[in-house]
Design a protein around this ligand. Structure first.
Ligand code: ADP
Length: 475
């Protein structure tokens, strides 16, 4: 399977070579010869016409003597590397540049027929069996008083034409060989640039198919193949990462479920076997209740996360007044704030501020962020929820002056189940899922969320939302 592409290409190369060879060795020679004959015939014909109209016609009108004409034609014949004849329509040879003038001896050309050219002005044959080899002969009629008195025939040996044809052909053959050698470069290029990288990619795909997602390979080219290899590499690393994440996720879930279950089991067992006396039951039942609360919270968060993931987050977007949602969220935490002697300061842009988003999910974001701010704030401090407008977006900030987040943890807080060591003491019920839900929701809106935090000083979470379009036009 792997070799077929290469074989196909090599086969195509040799088929190309074979056809090229056949064409060059069959059609090209005959075409070249034909062209050279035609060109030569054209030249000779115009010469023959000139002779017919000048010296030869003078011969028939007795303007020129036979000797004069012979002398002229002899010179011309040498110049044209041909023999020139003047022949009467009956076939009688009047003049031949190859033989001296002999008026007594009447030479007849057997079967002389000027129509032998059949519509053309030249023929390639043995010239009425005068030659034992092929000659090129052109015929030009000598006319006087609208009558054909004779013909000027120029006969040229084919060997010179064949020699120049062969010269041209050898140039074609050399060019062909050079071309084939050069096209061999394409074969080398194909091997290096396409075949080798493809083999690497195929091998990598086999590795991935067999489950080895950590297999890495490199294709150093910036074309489509390089891009394909990079994409494949990226895909494999993402799958490997997802697999690792899943393993971590399952490990975290089991751990987070096991610890409350173990403590519930321990307390209940101790109460049943009397290790915990009945007067302390209420205290430990409250602890058990707390632990079940934690399990419920964990299960709910997992369900939310699962929904967000499986549906690719289907958002039910609408235009709504975010100010109202913020006020409602702040009011919901009034009881918790009073218990902790905290205040929530709400500073909003405008009375109403319409944004285009999924209201329920944004409410969850606000709830999670405010809940965190309260959880990690010190007593008697203020949490500030503020909104401001910039570049057609509304920015919402939730700022506390609590424990803050250590610098090294800042990147990790968005990960599922991540809880900084600092926060553990303050928040025993935390699942570490809140912020990953928040981030998924905001990202699904194609918006961003950021955190600015200093350990021991406080944290500020800022996220953006798109303004509702109608609202946008009004202002
Ligand atoms: P949890 O449900 O445990 O609060 P989150 O995903 O909401 O989980 O938060 C993850 C971690 O990020 C927290 O355990 C805490 O360490 C840190 N964190 C989040 N918000 C704040 C904040 N306002 N102040 C300090 N730490 C925070």
């Amino acid at each position: 399977m792997k070799k077929t592409l290469y074989l196909k290409f090599v086969l195509a190369y040799f088929i190309f070579f074979m056809f090229g060879f056949i064409i060059v060795t069959t059609f090209v020679p005959s075409m070249t010869k034909e062209q050279l004959v035609r060109e030569k015939a054209e030249n000779l014909y115009s010469e023959a016409m000139l002779i017919a109209q000048s010296y030869a016609s003078g011969l028939y009108t007795s303007e020129n003597s036979l000797e004069e004409v012979k002398a002229q034609l002899d010179a011309l014949a040498v110049y044209l590397d041909s023999s020139i004849r003047i022949i009467n329509p009956s076939g009688r040879l009047v003049l031949d540049t190859e033989t001296p003038i002999n008026v007594e001896d009447v030479v007849m050309i057997e079967n002389f027929d000027p129509t032998v050219t059949r519509g053309s002005y030249y023929t390639v044959d043995h010239f009425f069996e005068n030659y034992e080899f092929d000659v090129l002969s052109v015929f030009a009629p000598i006319t006087s008083d609208y009558k054909v008195k004779g013909y000027v025939v120029i006969i040229c040996d084919m060997t010179t034409i064949e020699a120049s044809s062969n010269n041209l052909l050898s140039i074609s053959y050399i060019t062909m060989v050079i071309l084939f050698l050069l096209s061999g470069i394409i074969l080398i290029f194909f091997t290096e640039m396409v075949y080798m990288p493809l083999r690497k990619i195929t091998y990598a795909t086999e590795q991935y198919a067999s489950g080895n997602m950590h297999y890495e390979f490199q294709v150093d080219s910036e074309d489509e193949i390089g891009y394909l290899a990079a994409c494949l590499n990226y895909m494999a690393s993402e799958i490997a990462r997802a697999e690792d994440d899943q393993k971590k996720f399952v490990a975290n879930v089991s751990h987070d479920f096991r610890s409350p279950l173990t403590s519930i089991h321990g307390y209940l067992e101790a109460m049943l076997d009397g290790t915990i006396p009945p007067e302390l039951h209420e205290k430990y039942l409250n602890i058990v209740l707390n632990e079940t609360d934690r399990l419920t919270k964990l299960t709910n968060s997992l369900l939310v996360l699962n929904n967000l993931n499986t549906k690719g987050i289907l958002l039910d977007k609408s235009d709504f007044d975010i100010n109202q949602v913020i006020r409602r969220t702040a009011a919901a935490f009034e009881g918790t704030c009073r218990a902790k002697t905290l205040a929530i300061e709400v500073v909003l842009t405008g009375d109403e501020m319409f944004v285009h988003a999924d209201m329920d999910k944004i409410q969850r974001v606000l709830y999670n962020l405010t809940d965190n701010a309260i959880k990690f704030s010190h007593h008697d401090s203020v949490i500030k929820i503020e909104t401001y407008e910039k570049n057609n977006k509304l920015f919402i900030s939730i700022k506390d002056t609590g424990i803050g987040i250590p610098k090294d943890d800042l990147k990790l807080i968005w990960d599922r189940f991540y809880k900084s060591d600092l926060s553990r003491g303050k928040d025993k019920k935390g699942t570490g899922l809140g912020l990953s839900i928040v981030k998924e929701i905001i990202n699904a809106h194609n918006e961003n969320i950021n955190v600015i935090s200093t350990e021991g000083v406080g944290s500020e979470f800022i996220f953006s939302l798109p303004l509702a379009e109608d609202y946008d036009e009004d202002i």
